[in-house]
Design a protein. Structure first.
Length: 336
């Protein structure tokens, strides 16, 4: 290590005691600022005595356009919390996967194959003439920060502000409730670890978000991501040769299905497979429900009609027997 340069004590004292000379630009800037401040103070009117003596006079510490927050809104964790809360509110169907050290190239290849499968569903629905907007571009597969996603889940599930009628304020006293406020933190902090997804949000987790509850899109996504684990038919090499590339296959081997969340309800792997195998999507499920209700109604109607029919047949048979008995004595008297 080279020796340090020794500065004489006289030189050090001269450096610290020498007055700093301002350059012409700094001197002119300071003079201009002082003159403008003096002019502003001379022009601005003084606050009225009545306003100063008012009991309710209070100066807001935060502007109305940016209410105070429990978390600093410019931090990345705060922005992720708001992003995850918006994702949960706008995605009624979410599928969670565990990923184990996937490379960027593998993620890119998996997302490419996923987009191709989802676009085929859009084309199929358009060919069938169904009045359904294409949503393949809105379906995303992304890695999440599990700790922040857990907080966002608790914010969406457990914080339910109620707006008082005839007032612009909410029941918690805030005019603009937001996910970073003190009220939200106080409401959801006692529920830490009590959400049903808290046991799943551990380790590396990726989420497939679908903006609508559509078993068809869910089936197309699962047939690309985890076809063997769920017993689904993977795409053939002739129909989709890029799905069989080594990069895609290596990435898919590191994905594991954990659970799904449909309309706020947690589904395990078996229930997830059942939802994905619904024929015809939600329209097919509604048709099955209508058919089951019609069959139940028909069985109830036949049961009620059966009792009335049996009673009618019994009475008719009894009436015919009585008529024959009455005709018998009358015929015997008319013969002599």
């Amino acid at each position: 290590m080279p020796p340090r340069l020794r500065v004489p004590s006289e030189r050090v004292s001269q450096l610290f005691l020498r007055p700093r000379v301002l350059c012409q630009y700094e001197a002119s800037t300071i003079c201009r600022r002082s003159v403008s401040a003096a002019a502003a103070s001379a022009v601005a009117p003084a606050a009225s005595i009545e306003l100063a003596k008012a009991p309710n006079a209070s100066i807001s510490k935060y502007p109305q356009s940016q209410p105070h927050s429990y978390r600093r809104p410019e931090n990345r964790r705060s922005q992720l919390l708001r992003q995850y809360a918006s994702l949960i509110r706008t995605s009624p169907l979410m599928v969670m996967f565990q990923h184990n050290n996937l490379k960027a190239v593998e993620w890119l290849a998996i997302r490419r194959e996923l987009n191709k499968a989802l676009q085929k569903v859009d084309e199929q629905m358009a060919a069938e003439g169904r009045n359904v907007p294409p949503i393949a571009s809105n379906i995303k597969l992304q890695i999440i920060r599990t700790s922040i996603f857990d907080v966002a889940l608790r914010v969406v599930e457990y914080f339910k502000p109620i707006k008082t009628p005839g007032s612009e304020h909410w029941s918690d006293g805030t005019s603009t409730p937001h996910d970073l406020s003190h009220e939200v933190h106080d409401a959801v902090f006692p529920m830490k670890g009590k959400h049903e997804l808290s046991a799943i949000l551990l380790g590396p987790v990726a989420v497939l978000s679908i903006p609508v509850v559509s078993p068809e899109y869910m089936k197309a996504a699962l047939s690309v991501l985890v076809p063997k684990d769920l017993g689904l038919t993977p795409p053939s090499r002739k129909a989709n040769p890029t799905w069989h590339e080594p990069t895609v296959q290596n990435g898919l081997q590191k994905l594991t299905l954990l659970a799904a969340r449909v309309d706020g309800k947690l589904l395990d792997t078996d229930e997830t497979v059942w939802v994905s195998k619904i024929e015809g999507g939600m329209d097919g499920l509604r048709a099955q429900l209508v058919r089951s209700l019609e069959s139940v109604g028909a069985s109830v109607t036949s049961a009620l009609e059966g009792a009335g029919k049996s009673l009618y047949l019994t009475l008719e048979s009894r009436r015919s027997v009585l008529e024959e008995e009455q005709k018998g004595p009358a015929d015997e008297k008319s013969e002599p």
